[in-house]
Design a protein around this ligand. Structure first.
Ligand code: 5RP
Length: 240
């Protein structure tokens, strides 16, 4: 099975299971994540809406990519500030860049982690869908942790991040010279450390630096996790 086939299998298993368990239901307020695993999950949700196993969901999207998927599938999109949503969702599903044994995450490989965290920390249930390459023992030394900053704070936040032992690198565009500009018009500093980090403590510490909008460490809301295994199965964590 290829990695992209595994992403589709995990995404389909997650959506089907969540509908079966009644955690995705008609009329609900649902958050939709970003990336190559969240996209097939949105496709599966759209298939269920089309065949009528659920209906009338109100979606909040975490990126331009998810917004486009909703346009394609005719799923109505709301702002978090819309009175029908009022800043709170029933459930959000999304991908992840790394998942450790405590279900701490790195997110933001697609530079969407600010809206992702806003939506996910304000959802009653947070669900992660990820292929087996995302499974790690520790966080901080391999996949870079993104830190979104306002452009004027790049130098001061870089110095503060270096004091934690991180090596921050400004994320640059592909086929565009200069920094990646996020959906919130900010920049990204990608950080790695020589040794594994204490994820909850580092999430708090980095978010305390002036000029940081949000770090892509997710440790404050334990997700239900659907995680691919090397032998082509799906491990499910934190689902009763
Ligand atoms: C985007 C994200 C994605 O969910 C994360 O990068 C995983 O993406 P993929 O499923 O394509 O590997 O956090 O900001």
């Amino acid at each position: 099975m290829t990695q992209s086939e595994q992403k589709v299998m995990v995404a389909n298993t997650a959506i089907d299971t969540l509908i079966e368990k009644g955690l995705i239901f008609s009329g609900m307020k649902i958050g939709l994540g970003t990336g190559s695993t969240a996209m097939p999950a949105i496709t599966r949700l759209a298939e269920h809406l089309k065949k009528g196993s659920i209906k009338d969901v109100k979606a909040v999207v975490t990126s331009f990519q998810a917004q486009n998927a909703c346009l394609e599938y005719g799923i109505p999109v709301y702002s978090m500030n819309h009175p029908e949503i009022n800043g709170e969702l029933d459930l959000t599903f999304d991908g992840a860049d790394e998942v450790d044994p405590d279900c701490n995450l790195i997110k933001g490989g697609g530079a969407a982690h600010v809206r992702e965290k806003l939506v996910e920390y304000n959802s009653k249930i947070f669900v992660v869908v990820a292929d087996s390459t995302k499974r790690v023992d520790t966080i901080g030394t391999k996949f870079p942790v993104p830190v979104e900053v306002i452009p004027e704070a790049r130098a001061s936040v870089t110095r503060a991040l270096e004091a934690t032992g991180a090596k921050p690198v400004l994320r640059e565009g592909v086929r565009k010279c200069g920094p990646v500009i996020t959906d919130n018009n900010n920049w990204i500093l990608d950080c790695t450390w020589e040794k594994p980090i204490d994820v909850p403590a580092m999430e708090d510490k980095i978010n305390s630096f002036t000029g940081v909008v949000e770090v892509g460490l997710f440790s404050k809301k334990k997700p239900i996790v659907f995680l691919g295994t090397d032998d082509g199965k799906v491990e499910i964590r934190n689902l009763d």
